[in-house]
Design a protein around this ligand. Structure first.
Ligand SMILES: [Mg+2]
Length: 212
């Protein structure tokens, strides 16, 4: 069965959580990463997973590649702009006392630069921003398992919101309901629990729940 697009029946269910983990790039921000360019610059095969490929390089080469990647991504982070509804959604969840985490394949340091650029840096504790150096990167479930332990909550009570296949695969591997946003249609059938247009639609769900 394909993911349920957000219709009346699922409006409340998706918002029925106080433990939210967000992907960052392309989920809370407008997508700007050109992964093909990164692969070309770092001599990574077109279909290869970038972080996995770098992990397999000799130490010196891996260090040089990571240094280039950090410099490249820092410029993107500083110029980040919020995705539709992202600031309002995160602010509403934060004001509602929800636990909020970031799980990104970017670096924690750059996630903090990004969150500052879009005006959300006060909504996420530094230790609840999990990047590529804190745990095995997505699609490993390790990041979500970190939040399960930290928040002492069942996976089913959490939500993982993202825009990429890896976010959904991570959620599925950890037993966390995944919410796909900022994608047209249903590019990865059976992978998401719910699909929403964007953060603005998730905010509507949250607000509808609050008024029931
Ligand atoms: Mg993303």
């Amino acid at each position: 069965m394909s993911a349920a697009a957000l219709q009346a029946g699922s409006l409340l269910a998706v918002a029925d959580s106080r433990h939210w983990v967000f992907d960052m790039d392309g989920t809370l921000t407008e997508p700007v990463h050109d992964f093909d360019l990164i692969r070309r610059e770092l001599d990574i095969p077109p279909e290869a997973d970038i972080l996995h490929h770098l992990a397999g390089l000799p130490a010196q080469r891996a260090a040089e590649s990571h240094a280039w990647l950090m410099q490249h991504e820092r410029a993107l982070a500083e110029a980040s702009t919020p995705a539709p509804g992202a600031v309002a959604l995160v602010r509403a969840l934060h004001a509602g006392g929800c636990h909020l985490g970031i799980l990104t394949r970017n670096a924690r340091e750059l996630a903090q630069v990004t969150l500052s650029a879009i005006g959300l840096d006060d909504c996420f504790a530094a230790e609840e921003i999990i990047g590529r150096w804190e745990v095995e990167p997505k699609p490993s479930p390790a990041g979500l398992q970190f939040f399960v332990e930290r928040w002492q909550v069942t996976p089913a009570a959490m939500r993982m919101v993202g825009d990429h296949y890896y976010d959904l695969a991570t959620a599925r591997a950890a037993g966390v309901p995944g919410v796909l946003i900022n994608q047209h249609g249903d590019p990865w059938p059976d992978m998401a629990q719910w699909r929403a247009r964007d953060c603005a639609q998730l905010l509507e769900c949250w607000q509808n729940k609050a008024t029931v």
